[in-house]
Design a protein around this ligand. Structure first.
Ligand code: TXA
Ligand code: MG
Length: 321
């Protein structure tokens, strides 16, 4: 299959992307968080193709992307007041809600489970695409399974060229890490994945939100220990330890830092912004760059323990697991 590169700035290309999707094809598209690999969410065969292209285990459910609350509701068997308030406050944006599903949602999307994850992305290209196809789109991050999520169209092609119909290029993703995933269960809200919307912003609305106990929610791989993994050995350490760790690691060593640290000669060192918004935006591209520069080991300067860094710390801890 030839993968076409389409531009989100061209209305004709947006039409073409929508036409490919409507025929059951696979089109990667930009969202504000990371690129998603889209297919018609209510068409089992189209959804199955996502799993094949990514090499993803079929028990790992997908997020369904919609324009807004009106499009989400028919997919959810319940739409509690919390869902309505959260959607009003955070949609369109990087918050995914997990709710009981209706029969419209195929098993292929939910991994056979009783719930569905829905989110309304804010990226204009994602919205233009959704407006054209006029039905929900299932979309996991557009990377090969277990690889870091893509934040540019080029990242998508690196992982999926020849395996999907097209990539809609909408430039670099502004947020850079995945959405926050929140389950609204009968026992109250549970955080399934830290992400671009801070837990504290959700708690302003809902009160204290516990993490989901990993055993209670069936296989939510956002909860697997090793997940967001670059193809290299990864170690985390604070600034004081990092030069020694870098010197001890085998092979070609890369480093991700955010403060001024002198590292041994030969270490490929990338410095990320010292605040969480900028750091998140550049993190995945930096991990991919270290891979592309043939680093076989990567050491990462630990990030602050403040809550604004939660989602980033979560990704780094998994990468290093
Ligand atoms: O920002 C994002 O969320 C991006 C963009 C493309 O929207 N998507 C994304 O999808 O990160 P993915 O498939 O890479 O991660 C979705 C996470 C997984 O951890 C999955 O297990 C969880 O959401 N998930 C999806 N449906 C679920 C469900 N019904 N119950 C529990 N977890 C679910
Ligand atoms: Mg993913």
């Amino acid at each position: 299959m030839d993968t076409r590169l389409l531009s989100a700035r061209s209305p004709a290309d947006l039409d073409e992307a929508a036409a490919l999707l409507s025929r059951g094809g696979l089109v990667a598209f930009p969202t504000e968080t990371v690129y998603g690999l889209g297919a018609l969410a209510l068409e089992p065969l189209a959804v199955r193709a996502i799993y094949a292209a990514k090499n993803r285990v079929t028990t790992n459910p997908l997020i369904v992307h919609v324009l807004g609350e009106d499009e989400a509701r028919p997919l959810c068997a319940r739409w509690p007041i919390e869902a309505q308030e959260l959607a009003t406050r955070f949609w369109p944006g990087p918050l995914t809600l997990v709710l009981p599903r209706t029969e419209r949602v195929p098993d292929e999307v939910t991994g056979g489970g009783p719930t569905v994850a829905v989110r309304a992305p804010s990226h204009p290209a994602a919205r233009q695409l959704l407006a054209r196809v006029r039905v929900p789109l299932a979309a996991p991050s557009a990377n090969r399974s277990e690889h870091v999520s893509p934040t540019t169209a080029l990242h998508v092609l690196r992982d999926l060229n020849g395996r999907i119909d097209a990539v809609l290029d909408g430039g670099r993703c502004q947020v850079g890490i995945e959405s926050t995933v929140l389950a609204l269960t009968p026992d109250g809200p549970r955080l399934l994945r830290a992400g671009a919307v801070a837990r504290s912003s959700l708690e302003e609305l809902l009160g204290e939100i516990p993490d989901a106990a990993p055993t209670r929610i069936a296989a939510s791989p956002g909860q697997q220990k090793r997940h967001y993994a670059p193809a290299a050995l990864v170690r985390m350490a604070d600034a004081a330890q990092l030069p020694r760790i870098a010197a001890d690691l085998p092979g070609r060593v890369g480093a991700l830092i955010h403060s001024e640290i002198a590292l041994p000669d030969g270490v490929v060192s990338l410095r990320l912004p010292p605040e969480p918004t900028g750091y998140a935006r550049e993190l995945y591209a930096a991990l991919r760059e270290l891979e592309d520069r043939d680093c076989t080991a990567i050491c990462i300067e630990s990030v602050p323990s403040a809550p604004e860094w939660d989602a980033i710390r979560d990704r780094l801890t998994r990468a290093a697991a």
